[in-house]
Design a protein around this ligand. Structure first.
Ligand code: GLN
Length: 524
């Protein structure tokens, strides 16, 4: 059951092959058995079971709410959830229980979805590894796949499982691990520079960043307001489309959402790609790109070409500036956003109370990690009166140039761009933490960031296994508000590559404490 797609599980629920409570219990027990992944910060067992009971009643009475009724989902812990702790993986918000739901969370619940838990992340979503949060790093479910373990065993210098476990990517690594380990059917992430697509790629699942303005940000604790978008993590492209259909639409509480009424997203099952023009941005072929990823990328381009699509090389001349530009804009918006955490209104309050200033300073030093404090400092520097023009305004101008590159391409007839999602495959934690957070995201967001600058929809699709048996994702970037077209192309590609979810067997083998009967019960 846990292996089913959203549409399949919804049909099984309707036909009574499984009840919402049974399904919820399966997910909850798999969450417990896979605690070692550290994917969840909070498991909302009681709430989820109550929601399951209510859903069960609806099924009995033939009055289901929508496509997600009775289906377990998870939400990144930077979305406000009424009555459920929301921490942003920060000491600053430990114990904070929001009085309201983020619009996207409410929309999931309105469709009858069961919220099984809040997932782990980098503190305030600042990172690309899910290693920099107050609750510890998230482990990639692929760390336990047989093929990867065999490769590690061949390499005598690194036989120890403790040193070999892999990062999930980030910052929505908890959501990616939760979906990749089959503990829920879909999860929300957030994407400001790549935080949904990057962990999706490293965990062998689908990660969608919708067009900016299509999905409400209300209740998503902000990182960079002008780039943040709720992201969707699923195991199938079709599932991402279903969830997008549920989430998208105007929200009076987020003035950046478009006025268009919410359209339902139903992807066609067969796509005629003959009239499609796929652009391959030449700047994305950087010397640092992992050779295996390069090979997968060109194979994908050939696949499209063979099927009759027009595949052309294109240029995005300003994209190379997106990381630098992002660091200025991100820090500036972070400095403003984080000002609200002062020890008076939310979460943590220091005991240092000699003066209001001392209270602010001590609260912020105790509450935020080094990464967050560093960004606040640099952001305030960029925003100083004497620096504002040179940094903030200049970065805004460069951002416009980056966005214009895309507009030009799309208005010249290109429908979708095909690129790698990440420079490298996932790496062991011990290797990842050798670099600091800032240096890492310079590399990790290189292919994902520009889409955020331009507000475009983009999706990472698992495309192949590397020699080490690890997932390699490719990214499709589409025209603004053409999310449906983007997903249709992604779905066609997904059907061609038939990516194997072999991480599942590895996780099952790793669950020593679970009997074979219980293991098979998860999926029967
Ligand atoms: N890695 C980027 C950062 O640290 C992007 C994070 C994100 O998309 N939330 O800012």
């Amino acid at each position: 059951m846990l292996r089913a797609s959203l549409r399949e599980i919804s049909a099984a629920l309707k036909e009574g092959q499984v009840s919402p409570t049974e399904l919820c219990q399966k997910c909850l027990s798999l969450i417990k058995a896979t605690r070692f992944l550290n994917a969840y910060i909070t498991v909302a067992e009681d709430t989820a079971l109550r929601q399951a009971e209510a859903s069960e009643k609806r099924y009995r009475q033939g009055q289901t709410l929508g496509d997600l009724d009775g289906i377990p989902v998870a939400v990144k812990d930077n979305f406000s959830t009424a009555g459920i702790e929301t921490t942003c993986a920060s000491n600053m918000l430990k114990g904070y229980v929001p009085p309201y739901n983020a619009t996207v969370v409410q929309k999931l619940l309105d469709q009858g979805a069961l919220l099984v838990g809040k997932t782990n992340l980098d503190e305030f979503a600042m990172g690309s590894g899910s290693t920099d949060g107050a609750f510890g790093p998230v482990k990639n479910p692929w760390s336990y796949s047989q093929q990867y373990r065999e490769k590690c065993a061949q390499n005598s210098s690194a036989q120890n499982e403790d040193t070999n476990w892999l990062i999930t990517g980030g910052s929505s690594g908890g959501s990616a691990a939760a979906v990749s380990s089959f503990t829920c059917f879909a999860a929300l992430g957030s994407d400001t520079g790549g935080s949904t697509r990057n962990p999706a790629s490293h965990c062998g699942i689908v990660g969608l960043k919708p067009t900016y303005g299509l999905v409400s940000r209300h209740g998503l604790i902000p990182l960079v307001n002008s780039m943040d978008v709720p992201g969707i993590l699923t195991r199938h492209v079709d599932d991402a489309a279903t969830v997008l259909g549920v989430l998208s639409g105007h929200d009076p509480k987020d003035s950046t959402t478009v006025q268009e009424p919410c359209r339902l997203f139903q992807l066609p099952s067969l796509t005629d790609i003959k009239n499609l023009c796929i652009g391959i941005p030449k700047e994305y072929n950087t010397p640092e790109l992992c050779s295996e990823t390069l090979a997968v990328w060109s194979k994908a381009a050939n696949l499209f070409e063979k099927a009759g699509a027009k595949v052309i090389e294109v240029s995005l001349p300003h994209t190379c500036h997106s990381i630098v530009c992002y660091h200025v804009l991100c820090a500036a918006e972070v400095a403003s956003n984080m000002a609200r955490f002062d020890g008076l209104e939310y979460g943590h309050r220091s005991n240092a109370d000699k003066s209001t200033e001392a209270l602010y300073a001590a609260t912020r030093r105790e509450g935020f990690n080094e990464v967050v404090r560093g960004r606040i400092l640099s952001g305030n520097y960029f925003l100083l009166k004497q620096n504002y023009e040179n940094y903030f305004i200049k970065a805004q101008k460069v951002r416009r140039l980056i966005a214009n590159d895309f507009t030009k391409l799309f208005s010249s007839g290109v429908n979708v761009l095909l690129t790698p999602t990440t420079l490298n495959q996932t790496v062991p934690y011990t290797e990842f933490i050798k670099e600091d957070n800032r240096t890492r995201s310079t590399q990790d967001d290189i292919f994902t960031q520009a889409a955020n600058m331009a507000g475009l929809p983009a999706v990472s699709v698992p495309s192949a296994l590397s020699k080490k048996g690890l997932p390699i994702g490719l990214q499709f970037i589409g025209r603004a508000f053409h999310d449906m077209q983007l997903l249709t192309v992604a779905k066609w590609f997904e059907e061609q590559v038939q990516f194997p979810a072999i991480q599942l067997q590895g996780i099952m083998d790793h669950l020593d404490s679970v009997s074979p009967q219980e293991k098979s019960a998860f999926f029967s």
